[in-house]
Design a protein around this ligand. Structure first.
Ligand SMILES: [Zn+2]
Length: 327
């Protein structure tokens, strides 16, 4: 079976909810890949042995991760390209030219497609500008965030993803700064030519990491009216606190009741940025069953997990979506 366009699917099946995979970076780390480096989870693909060594252990690990997410019921899966901007890759790896960079991305996408098969949706994942300065959880983009050239930063990755037929959607993830949101939403179909979503990085208090209210972001989107890129398909939150995420979805739904939403929080653990470890402090006080129900009551159309969520979490999400979603 060949898949339909994800946007058309969402439009023509207004009651259905899709299950996304879990946090690829932390899941690969759990399975033994050392991701502590500037390109994070993209590192295994940068090593030529991934592509040339038939016995590559990393290949088996990535394949195993996708298989387990699929077995848990994921229908849409993401490429492992969160920290794979041209800037991050060219400054920190042996890959220096645009040509080699394009080859890296097309190899990663082709490999993911091979792992998941033709009937699942594949999302090309793009981390926030702040991912390369480790500020996606603070939103601190320096003194003049409006002057940052976001397009120059994103363009190489976007162009490669736009041109790749294996990708069904582009996901901007963990976006913490309002200026960055405005920039992304100012780009027309010549810059983003595929369906895309924006996952916001939101503080536990319900504000974007830079302090902007979700209401203000919603009002801004409404004010764009017909100027909005028609490929803008979903807005939502990712890598936010598990326990607070349903309130964020609710706030977005209140201001944008007709926009499909996406939600994939982290596991509820907290990242200690000093010790660089995840701690169980503040873990889940609710279950996936509780929060998925709340997401669905508030306009969520794609639900999954972000950092530290595993195939087990995706299975629980799948069960909850099957219970509460209308088929
Ligand atoms: Zn995450």
């Amino acid at each position: 079976m060949t898949r339909s366009s994800i946007k058309e699917y969402l439009n023509s099946n207004p009651e259905s909810v899709l299950v996304l995979d879990g946090g690829q970076g932390t899941e690969l780390e759990n399975r033994g890949i050392k991701v502590a480096n500037p390109v994070w989870s993209t590192i295994p693909f940068v090593n030529e042995s991934f592509w040339t060594d038939p016995a590559s252990k990393d290949r088996e690990i990535v394949k195993g991760m996708y298989q387990d997410f699929l077995a848990s019921g994921a229908q849409a899966l993401m490429t492992v390209t969160y920290q794979a901007s041209f800037k991050s890759v060219s400054e920190n790896t042996r890959i220096k030219t645009l040509e080699d960079y394009d080859q890296l991305l097309s190899r990663i996408v082709a490999f993911a497609r091979e792992c998941i098969g033709d009937d699942k949706w594949l999302v090309g994942c793009i981390g926030a500008w702040g991912a390369h300065t480790c500020s996606e959880f603070t939103g601190d983009y320096g003194a003049e965030p409006a002057k940052i050239d976001y397009l120059a930063y994103f363009r190489p990755q976007l162009s490669a993803f736009n041109a790749n037929k294996e990708l069904d959607m582009i996901g901007f993830e963990t976006i913490p700064n309002f200026n960055e949101i405005k920039a992304i939403l100012s780009w027309d179909t010549s810059v983003i030519s595929k369906p895309f979503f924006i996952g916001l990085s939101v503080h536990d208090n319900g504000e974007l990491r830079d302090g902007t209210s979700l209401r203000k972001i919603g009002e801004y989107i409404k004010s764009l009216g017909p100027k909005l890129n028609p490929n803008f398909t979903l807005l939502g939150v990712n890598c936010v606190s598990f326990n607070h995420s349903h309130d964020m979805v609710k706030s977005l739904h209140e201001v944008l009741p007709d926009l499909p939403l996406i939600a994939y929080p982290n596991s509820g653990e907290v990242y200690d940025t000093v010790k660089k470890v995840w701690t169980s402090k503040g873990s889940q006080t609710k279950t996936w069953d509780d929060i998925v129900k709340k997401y669905l009551d508030n306009g969520a159309r794609i639900v999954g997990g972000c950092c530290r969520t595993s195939p087990r979490d995706i299975k629980e999400i799948r069960t909850a979506v099957d219970n509460y979603g209308k088929q």
